[in-house]
Design a protein around this ligand. Structure first.
Ligand SMILES: [Zn+2]
Length: 161
């Protein structure tokens, strides 16, 4: 993806207030990120471990989404699969919940999905970050990347519907 600036990221959030978007944690090392290897930027707030964020460029438009960890963990500590990149982790997948954009979100509606806890899906897909076990798949790298992007686009479509 194309490198994003802090301003671009903060302006892109669709499911939190402008004030929150202004205050939320954005990675400081934006210029040093491996943008060529990223299909989307996902990060966590080191001060608030239950908060996560992602920003993606879809159809030329940047979309940012604020997420919360559901907190429930017990059985998820076992093997689970990220719904975006389809990587299998032991204890490395979280149920993340996004308030819906607009009025629906203000009324408390949200949508959840299992995602890599560190939101580094792009790196797992490319084998740049290791996992304990990897499902053998006959897909090419391009196909895996496209699947991740499609899954992400479907999730973002639910948030912004
Ligand atoms: Zn993932």
């Amino acid at each position: 993806m194309k490198p994003m600036t802090e301003h671009e990221i903060r302006s892109a959030f669709v499911n939190c207030s402008k004030g929150e978007a202004k205050r939320l944690h954005v990675p400081r090392d934006l210029t040093e990120l491996p943008w060529d290897d990223l299909d989307f930027l996902g990060w966590r707030d080191p001060q608030a471990p239950d908060r996560a964020y992602l920003a993606a460029q879809l159809d030329g438009r940047t979309v940012g989404v604020a997420l919360r960890s559901s907190g429930a963990a017990s059985w998820q500590a076992r093997r689970s699969i990220c719904s975006l990149c389809v990587t299998t982790h032991t204890g490395g997948v979280s149920l993340l919940v996004a308030p819906l954009a607009g009025t629906a979100g203000k009324q408390g509606n949200s949508v959840g999905a299992y995602m890599c806890t560190d939101l580094a899906c792009s790196l797992y897909v490319r084998g740049k970050r290791e996992v304990g076990t990897r499902l053998h798949e006959s897909l090419t790298l391009e196909e895996k990347i496209r699947r991740t992007v499609d899954n992400l686009a479907a999730f973002l479509a639910k948030v912004t519907a």
